[in-house]
Design a protein. Structure first.
Length: 272
């Protein structure tokens, strides 16, 4: 049966982007505003966070809800390996497809809560400011899907708006003011919810960081649109959670490693 709730959330984001594009302003500005602004700075912070979590240049990254390419732009100068960006808004995906000059990378439209990648193929699966726009049950399904595509030593990294942190409370107040409107949802989460999801999915919560405490080691200083400059450590604004496969899954993955290696070799030779 069709999930009309999910359809309407995706529809809200599409409508929001359409409105921005039709408002007559600069297209680049619209593409940057559509995913929350601070395009260059947040992109650098997201990239440096993944590097701090162990991302190597030849890894494979999956960027769910990649939007207009805030992460893929700076990542393209670091990552020689593969990249898959997915989103539900076609106009957003067109932007990095043209501006990020990596014909080997994939930017794909998805309709449901799926990641179009084979099992155990990704070193990092990230969701930056994506669970912020989904119902909790949808985020849970996406985590299950992320676990499916994650390699044994891989990491799932996501950002979230946290109930416990007062500095994001104005966003909650905006949600209250927007009740009944078409504005995209700004979902809040709590750490005990994340811990429960991880437990039920056999995932391990490796790290959680407050969104306002600089903890991301930076390749170079990053200046925000507000004028604030992070020198050595940066913060995304949203809190960050890092999940990995639990011991149980690691043990199972090790047993399947040979098979994974074979299917990778097969995919490579089939593509050549
Ligand atoms: C605030 S933007 C963040 C974009 C990007 N991750 C970044 O950090 O710049 C949220 C993105 O999530 C996308 N999105 C919303 N629902 C989604 C879903 N069900 N699956 C994939 N992406 C979704 C939106 O279209 C939008 O591009």
């Amino acid at each position: 049966m069709e999930d009309t709730g999910r359809q309407s959330e995706q529809g809200r984001y599409r409508k929001f982007v359409k409105h921005l594009l039709e408002s007559g302003g600069d297209r680049d500005d619209a593409m940057h505003q559509a995913i929350g602004g601070d395009f260059e700075a947040i992109g650098l912070l997201e990239r440096d966070l993944l590097v701090a979590q162990g991302l190597r240049p030849d890894d494979f990254v999956i960027d769910v809800g990649c939007g207009s390419g805030r992460l893929s732009a700076p990542l393209s100068t670091y990552l020689t390996g593969g990249y898959l960006g997915t989103d539900v808004v076609p106009e957003l995906l067109d932007y990095p497809r043209k501006s990020v000059e990596r014909p080997d990378w994939r930017f794909e439209l998805v309709e449901g809560l799926t990641i179009p990648a084979v099992d155990s193929s990704a070193d990092m699966v990230c969701f930056f400011s994506v669970f912020t726009h989904l119902r909790h049950e949808e985020s849970y399904c996406y985590l299950r899907e992320a676990k499916r595509v994650l390699r044994p030593q891989g990491r799932i990294v996501f950002s979230f708006l946290e109930f416990a942190l007062d500095y994001v409370w104005p966003v909650f107040e905006t949600n209250v003011a927007n009740i009944g409107s078409d504005a995209p949802l700004n979902q809040f989460m709590s750490r005990d919810g994340i811990t429960s999801w991880a437990r039920h999915l056999d995932l391990k919560v490796s790290e959680i960081h407050d969104g306002d405490v600089p903890a991301i080691p930076l390749a170079k200083p990053v200046s925000m649109e507000t004028g604030h400059r992070y020198e050595q450590l940066g913060a995304l604004g949203q809190s960050i959670a890092v999940l990995s496969l639990s011991k149980y899954d690691l043990a199972r993955a090790k047993r399947e490693d040979v098979l994974v290696g074979c299917s990778r070799m097969y995919l490579t030779s089939a593509a050549a």
